[in-house]
Design a protein around this ligand. Structure first.
Ligand code: PMP
Length: 348
């Protein structure tokens, strides 16, 4: 830390993303990326747009906002396009939250953005089987953020459960982070038309194979979106670059390709769960493109290290209550066969 770093940031515990080591070629099952490349139409659209990179991007992201609005059945005034959904989350925290609650087991970025913005937060325990108890959130008198499906568990809440939380906190903001919603859960975007305190964020990073392009968005009432735009325009008006916007539009237009990939990943998830169960793993019920798994024969940390030595990266969380587990991204069928083979070797 330099002597110039402001005191208010001195205790900041920055988010540590899943590692992206460059020392050798790994089978990467640690950051929930899609194993499938962007579609050819997306590559073509991004390439064509590259010739206009001398010009700033549209600060309103109008074409993409319109396309998102029509594909999600909301108005363009209900959509804000962002640089990954992390940015949408940050804007929502900054705009609306002077304090916030979230589940004790969830996406590690929430406490980081809260700390960055000086927002006090409270963690609500999950049940012994890692579920969110909806009743804990009704009338809680605070802003709420919940990932649905949750990370790193993959467990999801139903639309009616989320509606109870939103309706039960009408004086506060409820943010539902749907980063993994396309792998078998149901979106609550339609509820944004009914509730003026609901913000839903989604990303192109997982189901749409664009993690490296950094594209996300928020949907909410026009008033909430306008407030978030004020934050965006005060930080980075050109928050989404031209190639990403073009890629995002083409990805939306090519939804069959992405829907087919999601179904494939769901099938591979079932296949992986059976194979891991055969090896003695216990796995939480996941509706995401990852599974959270533990094996009584080996700690999460040991399994993570041994798999890394064997060329396979999975995610390990060195946090109380999570150390038995590893989180494994669902890749292609053949990638999962490699994983199973390496795990069998480690266990024997
Ligand atoms: N929410 C959750 C629960 C996530 O796991 C992630 C990915 N790390 C994100 C949001 C953010 O993803 P992105 O910024 O790539 O859209």
């Amino acid at each position: 830390m330099s002597k110039f770093f402001l005191e208010k940031y001195s205790t900041l515990d920055a988010y540590v993303p899943g590692e992206q080591p460059q020392d050798r070629k790994y089978l990467k099952l640690n950051t929930n990326e899609s194993p499938y490349p962007p579609s050819l139409k997306v590559l073509d659209a991004a390439f064509k747009e590259a010739s206009r990179l001398n010009l700033y991007s549209d600060p309103e992201s109008k074409a993409l906002t319109d396309a998102l609005a029509s594909s999600f059945g909301v108005g363009p005034e209900n959509v804000l396009v962002t640089n990954g959904s992390d940015e949408a989350l940050n804007f929502a925290f900054m705009a609306f939250c002077d304090s916030i609650v979230f589940p004790a087991v969830t996406y590690g970025f929430y406490p980081v953005i809260a700390n960055l913005n000086g927002i006090p937060y409270r963690e609500i325990p999950v049940t012994s089987d890692f579920r969110i108890n909806v009743d804990d959130y009704i009338g809680i008198g605070d802003n709420i953020v919940i990932a649905n499906p949750n990370a790193p568990t993959g467990i999801c809440l139903s639309v009616s459960d989320i509606e109870r939380i939103v309706a039960g906190n009408s004086g506060n903001i409820v943010i539902i982070d749907e980063a993994y919603v396309d792998f078998g859960a149901e979106s609550v975007v339609p509820l944004t038309k009914k509730y003026d305190n609901l913000i839903v964020t989604q990303t192109f990073s997982k189901s749409r194979s664009l993690a490296g392009a950094r594209l996300g968005f928020a949907t909410a009432s026009e008033e909430l979106i306008n407030d978030m735009k004020t934050i965006k325009d005060s930080i980075n008006p050109y928050n989404v670059n031209r190639m990403t916007m073009a890629a995002g539009m083409a990805a939306l237009a090519d939804s069959e390709y992405y829907i087919a990939n999601c179904r494939e990943i769901e099938e591979t998830r079932v296949y992986t769960v059976y194979a891991l169960e055969d090896l003695g793993f216990e796995i939480l019920p996941s509706k995401a493109n990852f599974v959270f798994a533990k094996n009584p024969k080996i700690s999460g940390g040991d399994l993570y290290r041994k798999l890394k030595d064997a060329g396979v990266l999975v995610r390990y969380f060195d946090k109380p209550g999570l150390t038995d587990f590893v989180r494994i991204t669902i890749g292609t069928r053949s990638q999962m066969d490699t994983l199973i083979e390496k795990i069998s070797e480690v266990l024997s």
